[in-house]
Design a protein around this ligand. Sequence first.
Ligand code: FE2
Length: 200
Amino acid sequence: MLTIPQFFEFPNDGKTKELCNFFLSMLEQKNKALYLHSQQVGNYSVSISAKMGLPFDEVACIKTAALLHDIGHLGVPNTILSKYPYLSTREYSTYRNHCLAGASMLENMSEFSHIMKIILAHHENWDGTGYPKRLKGVNIPLGARIISVANHYDRIINPCTEHWQKSHAAATRELQDKAGLNFDPDVVSAFLKSVVSAKK
Ligand SMILES: [Fe+2]
């Protein structure tokens, strides 16, 4: 399996790791770019969580949720995924359903009950303009607020999105501009201090 080195080896209990690897191998089979994106988001999320001083268990939970945040895309055709963000209204509605679909895939798995809530909320916006529930501010689980920043940054700079790829500097500026709107300002600040300062 092609991998990106991970900063933090988790999940580390047998059952969770097995299920996690199962979903990741499904992602890899379906769409390599999506699989690599999940790993990058996992790394960025760990860096942000550690910078925010979160306890080990919470970092571990957020890491797992980050790796699995887009498993709902397993049910979205690659033709739609590759067109993003240039989608028709109908395609966009299919695309947006991946939060609910991903959370539903983990129903009835007690190990993933908290992770499910994070996956469901990873496209909510700090100002209440996100989806699927238009949650606002601290009503959005912290893990989802962290993944949202990591996800946005990787989607912008990732070479797999060459038709709309931006530079690291432009991506950083965009996160700063959207802090307090799309993103939790504290999470953006932790991102800038950890991931961005490490790149200098
Ligand atoms: Fe997503």
